[in-house]
Write a protein that binds this ligand. Structure first.
Ligand code: ADP
Ligand code: ZN
Length: 213
């Protein structure tokens, strides 16, 4: 099954993508994580992406489409995948169609902007493997340490309040039009983000037809 998870920055896409990935045994493909990795490694893409990401803007469609193309060509993605953070613009959605990638379902996690602004301040991400946590809603077992790999969890540079506001603007302007694109294809399903991660998880897994763990 090829899935797309849509949602504003901080809506909890990453967390839900991890849940779906485990439930359906398909890889979670996060362009945000791949870009952060590229920045960390100082690759050519990374150098181009760094400033844009820190300012809360979008990396060019060209770069992201290329990164994604390589990733979905890998062995572990041949029986399905869940895209987290891609597509983020209508041209990126069109690029998927042009690649001949068939998408089965698009799940939107809806959370109001005000709630997002509150939430993002508690977000932490692992420096090592990119796993995401929240000090209140999804804490790691040991404060500041990743459950999965033991590396340090930190606040992302782009989680600063001013940056969050511009990321939300970018989302409404560039990414939301994708909803109409997939609605026309009859693939869009909206899940209302709940206060408890477990409740959102239940609804998200239902939306993709996965058993509840
Ligand atoms: P979030 O969903 O929490 O905003 P992500 O980890 O998905 O964060 O992405 C972080 C940043 O990486 C984005 O703000 C953007 O600059 C860049 N990025 C990730 N995916 C894409 C994409 N598909 N197109 C353009 N830029 C992207
Ligand atoms: Zn980790």
């Amino acid at each position: 099954m090829n899935l797309i998870l849509l949602g504003a920055p901080g809506a909890g896409k990453g967390t839900q993508a991890e849940a779906i990935s485990e439930a359906l045994n398909i890889p979670q493909i996060s362009t945000g994580n791949m870009l952060r990795e590229a920045v960390k490694n100082g690759t050519e893409y990374g150098l181009k992406a760094k400033a844009v990401m820190e300012a809360g803007g979008l990396v060019s469609d060209d770069i992201v489409v290329n990164i994604l193309k390589d990733r979905i060509a890998q062995d572990d993605a041949q029986n399905g995948f869940i895209l987290d953070g891609f597509p983020r613009t209508v041209p990126q959605a069109e690029a998927l169609d042009e690649m001949g990638v068939r998408i089965d379902k698009v799940v939107e996690i809806f959370v109001p902007d005000e709630t997002i602004k509150e939430r993002v301040s508690g977000r932490r991400v692992c420096e090592g493997c990119g796993a995401s946590y929240h000090v209140q809603y999804k804490p790691s077992k040991t404060d500041g340490v990743c459950d999965k790999c033991g590396a340090k969890t930190v606040i992302r540079k782009d989680d600063q309040p001013e940056t969050v506001i511009s990321r939300l603007e970018t989302y409404h302007k560039e990414t939301e039009p994708i909803k109409a694109y997939y609605e026309k294809q009859g693939k869009l399903e909206t899940v209302i983000g709940q206060e408890e991660v477990a409740d959102t998880k239940k609804l998200t897994l239902q939306a993709v037809g996965a058993e509840i763990a």
